[in-house]
Design a protein around this ligand. Structure first.
Ligand code: SAM
Length: 252
């Protein structure tokens, strides 16, 4: 979708009120973190870490050292504030960089490698799983957040959003792709319609509020045009055809 304004600014405004910037609720994210059972002193990497909420929850639950990478100047700033406020700056390192170019100090060294809601960083879901698997130690965890088609998307929906029909696979195929890469599935955590409505609705509210508060910003017209278009696509089709899940795998 052509946003007609700076992409990072657009996402910074529309995700101003999100703690986690993906459709899974904070409560379900916390539940998932509780399942990880990470070892003391473990190493964690989260590519496209957003506001580092996931990493903060992980570091609060386990005595680990973590690295988060995000390419957005707005988001990495929010992540730094989050980590600082939570008193976790000594255990969470944040990098403003392209996740696709990052290499850990040693291959197969991580206890958990994750990429939640940004599989384009490694081309697609399979590429993401392959890249994270290379960084993870045998027995370590690979976690990805990825959309899936619940039903075949309507052509009108694809036209309005500009989505490719191959944007994602089905829920079952997302798991099979992980198994093809050599991973063992441990768990999936799926967003329900309430979770999705919150994720989408917070964006509409934040955009409308920004427009009211910044009437002289020349980007306001593009901001409202894009958020309203995306809202219509979600309400008419996306809500019924697009799913979202976290996929937790273990590297044998
Ligand atoms: C849907 S958000 C998910 C954020 C976070 N993982 C979460 O679930 O809260 C996608 C994130 O990917 C980041 N991003 C996009 N392209 C990136 C890249 N090439 N490298 C690192 N981060 C990137 C965006 O800035 C944004 O924070």
């Amino acid at each position: 979708m052509d946003l007609g304004m700076d992409m990072w600014k657009y996402f910074g405004i529309t995700h101003a009120d999100h703690a986690v910037m993906d459709p899974l609720s904070l409560e379900k994210t916390e539940e998932l973190v509780g399942l990880l059972q990470l070892p003391d002193g473990g190493l964690v990497l989260d590519v496209a870490c957003g506001k580092a909420e996931f990493l903060c929850l992980v570091a609060e639950a386990y005595n680990v050292k973590a690295t988060g990478i995000d390419l957005s100047p707005y988001t990495i700033e929010a992540a730094r504030k989050n980590v600082e406020i939570r008193g976790l700056a000594d255990r969470i390192e944040l990098l403003h960089a392209d996740g696709g170019k990052y290499e850990p100090n040693a291959p197969e060294s991580l206890d958990l490698a994750s990429c939640i809601g940004a599989s384009w960083v490694y081309q697609n879901h399979r590429g993401t799983l392959e890249a994270l698997t290379k960084m993870t130690r045998p027995g370590g965890l690979v976690l990805v957040g990825e959309p899936f088609w619940m039903t075949d998307p309507a052509p009108e929906y694809l036209k309005l959003t500009g989505h490719d029909p191959n944007l994602c696979a089905s829920h079952a195929e997302n798991v099979t792709i992980g198994e093809d890469v050599g991973l063992a599935l441990l768990y999936t955590q799926v967003a329900n319609p309430d979770d999705w409505d919150r994720y989408e609705g917070l964006q509409w509210q934040a955009a409308e509020r920004y427009a009211t508060d910044h009437p002289d910003d020349p980007d306001v017209e593009a901001l409202l045009r894009s958020t309203r278009k995306s809202r219509d696509a979600y309400l008419r089709w996306g809500r019924n055809c697009l799913g979202w899940a976290m996929y937790l795998f273990r590297k044998p």
